[in-house]
Design a protein around this ligand. Structure first.
Ligand SMILES: Cc1cc2nc3c(=O)[nH]c(=O)nc-3n(C[C@H](O)[C@H](O)[C@H](O)COP(=O)(O)OP(=O)(O)OC[C@H]3O[C@@H](n4cnc5c(N)ncnc54)[C@H](O)[C@@H]3O)c2cc1C
Length: 458
């Protein structure tokens, strides 16, 4: 196809459920591309000689190569190209913030719209699942060495995937009753259906990975006990699931005030949480947006999000912001809560203040400053804070692994080895709350180092 023809093709849109169709259920909102649409979109890729999209992908997927194979309808080969670098294409293709990663770097983003790389990857992963294909490469013969992986999120899954395919006997220990970390108890079904997580779990188990849920390391089992049980190396992929406080008086003691991650974990593991008619969510990232959308789907109709900066600074992906507004959530920008108002220990309202943006800080964003005298009160039955998370390190005095003042694990930046030579760490527990792709990237690096450690190479 001539480049002029390619440039004339507009970015293709996926099929989506209408806002009214999705509010009383957790069905996946985006239905992805059908084959015809995927092929049209694949033709938009200009096959750059120095592809910036690969640089934009935290794990360096060979995007132009898989798209070139797709165009020839070699869907299985295209999928295996992605699998060379990614431990979970079906998941990353759905939840990665593509606009800040591969698609943000796509050359077409400069003048027009980037190639829909995430949706093309998703088409291939779904094609494999729909056609009953094995999602994992052939397993290597077992080498007799045992590895313990603490935490079943993307970082732990990636280590298990990489090391089991090198012959190591991998066991994942997970404190929750479900597998998947934040994929299962943070990101809701309407963005990541559970059968997709199930397909990746099945692929891991096919290669002999053992998953033990309901075991908290440091509590039910110590790190030194794992060592005594013959595990040659341990990976800590325990995430950053403890919500940061809003910093308001009465936050811990007022009924109706809770944290976003706790709320999602409870609802997504089958608990019913009564919020009340007027729900306020605080934050501007994916967690805040998911809390609002889950609250709506759980029957609470009057939901607002308060964010202290403007729409342009929101860390949530644009698509999520678009969806939450379509679903009827009211977004209040340049607004932050300052005081909890309660009666008999139950939240009844929140005092807020308007903000203005000041100078740019080291993160490159403008610092929000309160506008004196702009306080106002919003009536509320629930206030849910989603303003960041922190790490809760494994409580284990038997093996003291060094942590930073932020509570993250101290690791060698290249090998991800901790202060204890047989223990490695990665994902949110090292980086602080980040993304699935960054956790996958650290899982890949840690697996490589653990392999070298167990082979006596470091
Ligand atoms: C609501 C929400 C929405 C998000 N949306 C997106 C998104 O759209 N795109 C994106 O890229 N990222 C998103 N993220 C972030 C992403 O989910 C995380 O960055 C990623 O899951 C981190 O992976 P991880 O493996 O490091 O940790 P986690 O996924 O947090 O997994 C850690 C696991 O370790 C377990 N664990 C902890 N302590 C112990 C212990 N002592 N013993 C045994 N098990 C333990 C935990 O129960 C947990 O299951 C979202 C996060 C949340 C909360």
């Amino acid at each position: 196809m001539h480049i002029r023809e390619q440039l004339a093709i507009p970015r293709q849109l996926p099929r989506e459920l209408d806002a009214e169709e999705r509010l009383d259920n957790f069905d996946e909102v985006s239905k992805g591309f059908d084959e015809q649409t995927a092929l049209v979109e694949a033709n938009r890729c200009l096959q750059c000689r120095k592809p910036p999209c690969i640089m934009g992908c935290p794990i360096g997927n060979d995007i132009p190569r898989f798209i070139a194979l797709m165009r020839e309808r070699k869907f299985e080969e295209a999928y295996w190209t992605i699998r060379e670098t990614s431990s979970m294409p079906s998941i990353c293709s759905r939840v990665c913030p593509h606009e800040f990663q591969c698609e943000g770097a796509c050359i077409r983003a400069k003048k027009d719209a980037p190639v829909a790389i995430g949706l093309l990857e998703r088409f291939l992963a779904d094609w494999m699942i729909i056609n009953g294909k094995n999602l994992s490469p052939r397993c290597a013969p077992k080498n007799g060495l045992k590895v313990a992986i603490i935490g079943s999120g993307p970082a732990g899954i990636t280590v298990a995937h990489a090391l089991s395919h090198r012959g190591y006997n991998c066991t994942i220990f997970e404190s929750l009753p479900v597998f998947g970390g934040m994929l299962s108890v943070g990101i809701p079904n309407y963005r990541l259906p559970r059968n997709i997580i199930g397909a990746e779990l099945y692929a891991l188990q096919q290669c002999g990975v053992n998953v033990k849920t309901g075991i908290t390391v440091g509590q039910d089992l110590t790190l030194s006990e794992l060592r005594e049980q013959g595990y040659s190396s341990v990976f800590l992929g325990i995430g950053a699931y403890k919500s940061k406080r809003l910093g308001l008086d009465g936050e811990n003691s007022t009924k109706g005030v809770m944290s976003g991650v706790d709320y999602l974990v409870k609802v997504l593991t089958g608990h019913e949480i009564a919020l009340g008619d007027r729900v306020l969510v605080v934050g501007g990232g994916n967690v805040a947006i998911d809390v609002a959308r889950v609250a709506l789907r759980s029957g609470w109709k009057n939901v607002s999000i308060l964010y202290r900066r403007t729409r342009d600074e929101m860390p949530a992906s644009k698509m999520e912001v678009h969806h939450v507004e379509e679903e009827g959530v009211d977004l209040q920008f340049l607004t932050t809560p300052t005081r909890i108002i309660s009666q008999n220990g139950q939240l009844t309202g929140v005092e807020c203040i308007r903000m203005e943006l000041g100078e740019v800080d080291i993160t490159g964003r403008c610092v929000p400053r309160p506008q004196p005298g702009s306080e106002f009160i919003i009536e509320a039955d629930a206030l849910i804070g989603a303003v960041g998370q922190k790490v809760i390190p494994v409580h284990d005095a038997t093996v003291p692994v060094e942590i930073t003042p932020r509570g993250t694990y101290v690791v060698d930046p290249v090998t991800l080895q901790t202060s204890v030579d047989w223990i490695f760490a990665g994902g949110d527990t090292v980086l602080g709350p980040q993304t699935v792709a960054k956790a996958v990237c650290q899982g890949l690096d840690a697996a490589e180092s653990m392999h070298r450690y167990m082979q006596g190479l470091i």
